[in-house]
Design a protein around this ligand. Sequence first.
Ligand code: ATP
Length: 261
Amino acid sequence: MIQVEGLKKRFKLSKEHNKNKTSSDPRERDGYFHSVESVSFQCQQAEVLGLLGPNGAGKTTTLRMLSTALTPDSGAIFVGGQDIVKKPLHGRRSIGFLSGTTGLYGRLSAQENVEYFARLHGLKGKPLKARCELLYETLDMTSFLDKRAESLSTGMKQKTNIARAVVHEPQVVILDEPTTGLDIMTKQTVLTFIRQLKEQGTPVIFSTHHLDEVDMLCDRVCVIDKGVSCFDGDLATFREQGNSRELNQAFLNIVREAQDV
Ligand SMILES: Nc1ncnc2c1ncn2[C@@H]1O[C@H](COP(=O)(O)OP(=O)(O)OP(=O)(O)O)[C@@H](O)[C@H]1O
């Protein structure tokens, strides 16, 4: 289980930026951009949570805090009962994170990339081989394992990135827009993989702009608007509060209501 409480993150703006200030975003004030002002949600074992929000809402900033790549200014993130803001090493071990910009080593093959990260997590010998082979099979990677990462297609790179993110069997999996830019077949492989993680009991959090994916996979939804989580609950409550069976409409209604407050 992962529990996120009252996350905040602001970024200092340059003097140059402040001089030429044109933004009307209320999050820009006192020389800072307050990307995340108050975000809280939870995701239990075997649940998939969809993180939704308009462009610039603060989803990636939130996920980067969960991955320990960014330190929150305040708030707590509990994984397995431990606050990973205070214990980032525990966080790195227990979370598998796919970022939108995760880089692979271009000169290494897909297989070498995944196995390199497996070794960094302390895997070796037969357990390493068994774990990697299972991932290659599940993510349909066997046809391009020996190709250099720099020559892979977008979909092949994404599958390699996902394999590398989960190679250490993390307690929680976090994926930032995992299906963006993928063709229909690769997208299906990724969605099936998320469903398998859920079936194994792993909580999965993923950000998306595609509500059909939410409908297919998610038990819960968290909506972030202008750095604040304005909804955290199950899909039935999301439809009820959003006053529509149709998820796109429910989302629009929830965001509009939050902006009217
Ligand atoms: N290092 C930074 N310095 C200043 N502002 C930043 C920084 N990182 C993010 N921001 C700002 O914080 C806001 C939230 O960005 P974030 O990438 O988290 O949004 P998002 O919800 O993931 O958006 P999208 O759906 O477009 O990917 C944006 O306005 C962004 O410009």
